[in-house]
Design a protein around this ligand. Structure first.
Ligand code: SF4
Ligand code: SF4
Ligand code: SF4
Length: 297
């Protein structure tokens, strides 16, 4: 039997664990008539004791943790926690800073993660509706039909949503270096360079798009980023690596070296003009210089 509040409207308890307030504003916006929640009477609960769903924002700080745990303990069974915003999903821009002890799922089970910094109110609304749909027994008190939204609203002009890679990526890693949130990372696995973009860390700042020399990453207006598993909200590209002709270490990616060849050809140079060092790794280049130097002495 559900121990949820007897109110026939959906009771949402808003829990700020140390956010910048961006996500909190969007939670309020998700309750307006334009988005789906309003149609079945969603309202903010005054106390966690009445919470059907806890909507948590922020990365969880040293100071908020005891209160956060107290609030969650007061929520009726079954406790349903939805995290709103990247700080709540992964620590976001506050990750690794000294007062942060989160994210919340280290302490409390989380049922859904709404990705964004902050997320669009429509996807907050949509994520809550999905939680209700998948827990029908708990939410059977709701008398209104659950359809959200009736007609999805397009993102406003200039909205910065999910960045995506295209086939022009040469694996240069300029975007990895420029990303202020460590949302993009790479690893060379011997055969390929694997570049990974983790949306649950991204602030959608567009610096990667601006720095990319090949127009290979673009921000879209896609904001449907709610997920049951924030660790899987990733975009991955794999680029073949080129080996050092002496030691077989990686000297960069194949398309990256092709790009350099193209640039060289514009000034009348070919890789042969730079032989034998063009396809050598830095260590082998240094060794070659040292050998030449010792022969001359
Ligand atoms: S996810 Fe972004 S908007 Fe939301 S609390 Fe964190 S920094 Fe603020
Ligand atoms: S997306 Fe652009 S900047 Fe990033 S690795 Fe690919 S080519 Fe380089
Ligand atoms: S938009 Fe690009 S640079 Fe900005 S946080 Fe996201 S991945 Fe990093």
């Amino acid at each position: 039997m559900s121990l949820k509040s007897s109110s026939s409207s959906l009771q949402l308890f808003h829990l700020n664990t140390g956010s910048c307030n961006g996500c909190d504003i969007e939670i309020i916006a998700s309750l307006i008539p334009r988005f789906g929640l309003y149609r079945f009477g969603a309202e903010l609960a005054e106390t966690p004791k009445h919470a059907d769903i806890i909507l948590a924002t922020g990365p969880v700080t040293v100071k908020t943790l005891p209160e956060v745990l107290k609030v969650c303990e007061q929520a009726p069974d079954p406790r349903i926690v939805v995290v709103v915003g990247n700080c709540g999903c992964t620590g976001g821009i506050f990750d690794d800073s000294y007062p942060i002890v989160g994210p919340l799922n280290k302490f409390i089970p989380v049922i859904s993660y709404v990705i964004g910094c902050p997320p669009h109110p429509q996807i907050i609304s949509h994520a809550i509706v999905e939680v209700i749909k998948s827990n029908e027994e708990v939410f059977k008190k709701l008398s209104k039909p659950i359809n959200s939204p009736a007609a999805p609203s397009p993102a406003p002009e200039g909205f910065r949503g999910k960045p995506v890679f295209n086939e022009k990526c040469i694996g240069c890693t300029a975007c990895v270096t420029i990303c202020p949130c460590q949302a993009i990372s790479f690893v060379d696995n011997g055969e390929e360079r694997i570049i990974s973009l983790w949306y649950a860390k991204c602030t959608f700042c567009a610096r990667c798009q601006d720095i990319c020399p090949n127009d290979a990453i673009t921000l879209t207006d896609e904001f449907e980023l709610a997920t049951l598993d924030a660790s899987q909200a990733k975009e991955i590209v794999e680029i073949p690596l080129r080996r050092c002709r002496t030691c077989e270490k990686s000297v960069g990616t194949t398309p990256q070296l092709k790009k350099i060849e193209e640039i060289m050809s514009k000034v009348g140079l070919t890789p042969d003009d730079m032989e034998p060092s063009f396809y050598l790794c830095n260590e082998c280049k240094a060794q070659r210089v040292a050998n030449l130097y010792s022969k001359k002495r």
